[in-house]
Design a protein around this ligand. Structure first.
Ligand SMILES: Cc1cc2nc3c(=O)[nH]c(=O)nc-3n(C[C@H](O)[C@H](O)[C@H](O)COP(=O)(O)O)c2cc1C
Length: 319
């Protein structure tokens, strides 16, 4: 097993989840400045796209800054050969690690046999891990999964992923079909840790990171204490709160929120102009502009903005 940067990290780890069109390169820069997690993930990228001639279209998904290290590039697909080639590309781009998405339940992804579509094809899942490890060389390979088709499935699915000995496995404690309406099944973390210990070789075992519904560091610490996990991954809790991983920050004022919202919007525009529509940035407005008098009115105005300049004008006039 190549452990790479994972070995050097102080445990337990508190890491930021990959979220397409949310934790993009612009937002990650903002987060790195105000509250850096122990590890960053990129949004997921198709290995088929990455090895194709149209790969420039995916470039924005793999941009990162030095402040985001250690950063792991997340990929998805169903073709082992393309995973091996993509892993070489990612290594050459200077990433610290590669993560394989085997949890995405979206129909388009599952239909091509990728993401959670691999749950019912464990042989291919293992081939993919091994091909990625081959292409990755000295870079550590990790995997992100869901518990399986049912809660009971984890007992069989997780060993399949542990066998090829990835450096880390993140488990979103939901089944393939469960959307975020059902609470995550954290009690399965006990089984996950037990299996990880069972598959240890020479005193080295795959790290287990739990994921699902954790809103802040305090909750993450509770989960770690309760289940003796190696770490916790937080996703949606980061919305409107780039201070989430900042251990010293206790509260954020309205002015700070608006200042950082504007900084984020400007950075987004600067980095993605002509490549990603400004509307995607608006998903963050609701989360930043919240919890103070007049927030609702301000939000309504901001939703009509078409550029960072307009955002700035609206915020200044509201002060
Ligand atoms: C908008 C959005 C986009 C996501 N994109 C990805 C992705 O690209 N790769 C991935 O592995 N998971 C993705 N996820 C799943 C999250 O990484 C995470 O597993 C899930 O949100 C549960 O964690 P949370 O309850 O802390 O948000 C996405 C989730 C959301 C809400």
């Amino acid at each position: 097993m190549v452990q790479g940067f994972w070995k050097k990290l102080k445990k337990p780890v508190f890491v930021l989840a990959p979220m397409l069109d949310v934790t993009d390169a612009a937002f990650r820069r903002v987060i790195a400045k105000y509250g850096k997690p122990d590890v960053f993930w990129t949004e997921f990228v198709s290995v088929d796209g990455l090895v194709s001639s149209g790969k420039q279209k995916l470039e924005h998904l793999l941009e990162y800054s030095e402040r985001e290290r250690p950063i792991v590039a997340q990929v998805f697909g169903a073709n082992p050969e393309n995973f091996e080639r993509a892993a070489r590309i990612i290594k050459d781009m200077g990433f610290d690690g590669i993560d394989i998405n085997m949890g995405c339940p979206e129909r388009k992804v599952v239909k091509m046999g990728a993401g959670a579509g691999l749950i019912n094809n464990p042989k291919l899942a293992q081939k993919i891990i091994m091909a990625t490890q081959k292409g990755a060389g000295r870079l550590p390979v990790s995997v992100k999964i869901r518990v399986g088709d049912t809660q009971e499935a984890l007992a069989k699915w997780l060993p399949k992923i542990l066998e090829p000995r990835p450096a880390a496995i993140t488990i979103h404690f939901r089944t393939r079909k469960e959307m975020s309406l059902v609470p995550a099944h954290w009690e399965l973390a006990r089984l996950a840790m037990k299996l990880s210990r069972k598959y240890a070789r020479g005193g080295v075992r795959t790290l287990i990171i739990g994921n699902g519904d954790v809103k802040n560091l305090e909750e993450a610490r509770h989960k770690i204490a309760e289940y003796d996990l190696d770490g916790v991954m937080i996703g949606r809790g980061i919305f409107g709160n780039p201070w989430l991983f900042n251990k010293r920050k206790k509260s954020v004022s309205k002015d700070e929120k608006l200042k950082v919202l504007l900084e984020h919007a400007k950075l987004y525009e600067k980095m993605f102009k002509g490549r990603k529509p400004f509307d995607i940035m608006k998903r963050h407005f609701k989360a930043y502009v919240n919890g103070f008098p007049g927030a609702k009115e301000l939000r309504t105005k901001l939703m009509a903005a078409r550029s960072a300049q307009e955002v700035e004008k609206i915020i200044r006039s509201g002060r």
